[in-house]
Each structure stands twice: as structure tokens, then as C-alpha cells.
Design a protein around this ligand. Structure first.
Ligand SMILES: *Cc1c(COP(=O)(O)O)cnc(C)c1O
Length: 377
């Protein structure tokens, strides 16, 4: 049986957790948290990284920082994970769903302007499969209309758009270290801030609305409740685990790239016969092999492929069920324009197993089965 996601560990996780125990600091903002945050700041070239419990938590922090008020609108794709929308709905915000591009399945930047109203506060581009959204255009629209850009870079670690790391382009960005992502700590995430003016308030929001971080730096002589907030900071045990992963990032990325390339080369022939469509990566986007997907001709063929792979012991999956016509999406959001690409492409997508634990042999087995199933159809 080949599971869809088999989380890869480097072997150093427990050693670092033991070190954290020996350090005697197991709550948030310990030594490993600082190490991970500095690493992210340096690698991504950003003002501040703050570890959180999840990308969801980081998105919730971003919504508070963006000062989303009831009725404020936030433009985002419908083809995304629920947290992209939920984080803003929790503040009374209204997700405004815009269609995706047919090539990258990212937010269609040419449809953003038509979705802007007097209530629009922010745009949330989601870098699907670690391939960058058209950030030049998105940033210039944001500037023109005075909007904040919050990159949902949950899948985007170390990928680039025109040479810039994803997560370093918008005003804020969020990463996920969920076990299904390239670098993981079971659950985990980070809020990335590119505007130094946001840092102080972000630290307060993350520390239950207190100025505890300033107190520990000696900037204030007592700490107290100063703003809204919650507990968004993870234990240093989680950060110790994450540090083991960050140290091995190159090896992890290398293996994922190999598998991705293998799939991509193997399925070229199927694409030539119009049996599948492979992922499209614009030349100015450097991706991170977060995901390998195929687009089948229709829903029936997608489901047939998933079923037959499962019978042979391979767990492939699909996602996302579009948010705009989900029960909560209908209740809390609204649609701008037509959603043809979102509706059609989400029915046709299959994700194949990819990860640093999958061997090239296994990838070969998976791809040959896919070939066999699709040529017999
Ligand atoms: C995984 C993911 C999230 C949620 O991440 P968590 O760390 O599980 O909260 C949000 N947005 C996108 C696009 C994701 O892929």
C-alpha cells in the first residue's frame, strides 16, 4: 500500500526535542523557535517570521492585523483550502471569490479589479502547488486601490516568482508546516511580515494580546493586556522538530524534485495524446515540487482513475471542493464573475503521492500503473 502522504522525518527530530527539554524552555519563543524564525527571515529575505500553530492560525493573525471589520471584503480564489476564507469570516469579513487561471490554477489576476468595491480591504493570492501567482500585477492593483496583500504561501516554501521567494512579496504571508507540506512539524505554520510596522502588533496578537515579547526584551518594565489577541505561538518542542526539517531542506526538496520530474517526463506521452494535462509552470516561476497533479478529461475519468489506483494499493486523492458553492461559502461569501475554471478544473484534478519518503522505484511503479490504467480506458 502506498499512502498519499507518508510524512518524512530526518532522524534528528527527537535529538532536538531532547535538547529543548535540556534547555528547560518548553513554552513558546524558546531557542529553537528563534532559530527557525531567523532561518526563515534569512532564506526568504523578510522583516519578521513568527512561528504559529498552523497556517490557519497565521491567517487568523493576518486578518486581525489587516484590521478586518464586519462587512469588509477580501478577494480570494474559491479553489483553495477552507482556512483561506475562514480566517476572515471569523472577523466578520466577506470572502469575495474570483475564478482561477486555467494554466496554474492560481487566482486570475485579470479578474481582480472587477471584484473591488468600497468595502474591499485585502487580496489573498494562494500560490497553488507552490507556483507563484502573478504578483507584479496583484501588487500594482493593491497599490492603486490601497489594499493589503496577504499571500497564502502554505504550499510555497522556497519557491520563487521572478526570483523573489514566495511569501516575501505581499505585505504579509503565511506558511504551513502541516504534515502534508514539504517541510513539516505535524501541525505548524508561520506568519511572515514584510512591513516592519506590522511586527510589534503581530507579536502582541500572538501573545494573547499582551506586550510580553517587549517585556522579555526589556523594552517595557511590566507586561499587560494591550490589544486583542490569542495564543498563536507553538511550544519550543514543535520548533525543535521543525528545526530538524529545516536543516535538511535541500535533501527533502531534491527528492521531491526527482519524483516530480519523473512523473512529468513519464506523462508527456499521455499529454501528447490529450489524455491528461500536466501542471504548467510559467518560466518566471521557480516551483518547489510541493504537488504533482494531473487533469483528466472529466469527473468520471478522474474518479475511475482514483478507484483503480486504490484497488492496486495506491492512494491518490483530489481536492479542493470549491468554496463558493459550499454550504459555508454560500452563507458567508459572494462570487465575483463567472467561476467556470474553478468548477471545471476542480472536477478533473488528481494528486499523485509525492514526498521525500517515496523512492524512485515507487514513483516508477505509480507512474506505470497510471499509464496502464489510462491507456486501457
Ligand atoms: C495546507 C493549507 C492551509 C492550511 O494549513 P494548516 O497549517 O493546516 O492550517 C491553508 N491554505 C492552503 C492553500 C493550504 O494548502
Amino acid at each position: 500500500m502506498i499512502p498519499f502522504n507518508d510524512p518524512f522525518t530526518t532522524g534528528k527530530e527527537l535529538e532536538y526535542i531532547n535538547q529543548a527539554i535540556a534547555n528547560g524552555h518548553l513554552s513558546g519563543d524558546g531557542e529553537f523557535t528563534h532559530r527557525c524564525q531567523s532561518w526563515l527571515e534569512k532564506q526568504l529575505g523578510i522583516s519578521k517570521a513568527l512561528l504559529t500553530h498552523s497556517c490557519t492560525a497565521a491567517l487568523e493573525m493576518a486578518a486581525i492585523l489587516a484590521d478586518i471589520q464586519p462587512g469588509d471584503e477580501v478577494i480570494m480564489p474559491s479553489y483553495t483550502f477552507v482556512s483561506t476564507a475562514n480566517a476572515f469570516v471569523l472577523r466578520g469579513g466577506v470572502p469575495v471569490f474570483v475564478d482561477i487561471r486555467p494554466d496554474t490554477l492560481n487566482l486570475d489576476e485579470s479578474k481582480i479589479e472587477a471584484a473591488i468595491t468600497l468595502r474591499t480591504k485585502a487580496i489573498v493570492p494562494v500560490h497553488y502547488a507552490g507556483v507563484g501567482c502573478e504578483m507584479d500585477k496583484i501588487m500594482s492593483i493593491a497599490e492603486q486601490y490601497n489594499l493589503l496583500v496577504i499571500e497564502d504561501a502554505a504550499q510555497g516554501i522556497l519557491a520563487r516568482y521572478r526570483g523573489e521567494p514566495l511569501g516575501s512579496i505581499g505585505h504579509m504571508a503565511t506558511l504551513s508546516f502541516h504534515e502534508t507540506k514539504n517541510i513539516m512539524s505535524g501541525e505548524g505554520g508561520a506568519l511572515l511580515l514584510n512591513d516592519p510596522r506590522l511586527v510589534e502588533r503581530a507579536e502582541i496578537i500572538r501573545e494573547k494580546g499582551t506586550n510580553r515579547s517587549q517585556f522579555f526584551r526589556g523594552h517595557v518594565d511590566k507586561y499587560t493586556w494591550v490589544d486583542v489577541g490569542s495564543s498563536y505561538l507553538p511550544s519550543d518542542i514543535i520548533a525543535a522538530f521543525l528545526w530538524a526539517q529545516l536543516e535538511q531542506v535541500e535533501a527533502i526538496m531534491h527528492r521531491r524534485m526527482q519524483i516530480w520530474q519523473h512523473y512529468h517526463e513519464t506523462f508527456a506521452a499521455l499529454e501528447a495524446q490529450s489524455q491528461v494535462r500536466r501542471p504548467i509552470t510559467p518560466t518566471h516561476c521557480q516551483f518547489n515540487a510541493h504537488m504533482y497533479y494531473l487533469l483528466l478529461p472529466n469527473l468520471g475519468q478522474r474518479m475511475a482513475l482514483l478507484t483503480q489506483l486504490k484497488q492496486k494499493g495506491i492512494l491518490a486523492v483530489f481536492h479542493y471542493v470549491p468554496l463558493h458553492n459550499s454550504p459555508a461559502g454560500l452563507k458567508y461569501g459572494r462570487v465575483s464573475g463567472i467561476m467556470t475554471n474553478t468548477e471545471q478544473l476542480s472536477d478533473r484534478l488528481v494528486r499523485l503521492p509525492i514526498g521525500a519518503k517515496i523512492t524512485l522505484q515507487e514513483a516508477g511503479y505509480i507512474s506505470s500503473l497510471v499509464l496502464q490504467i489510462l491507456t486501457e480506458q
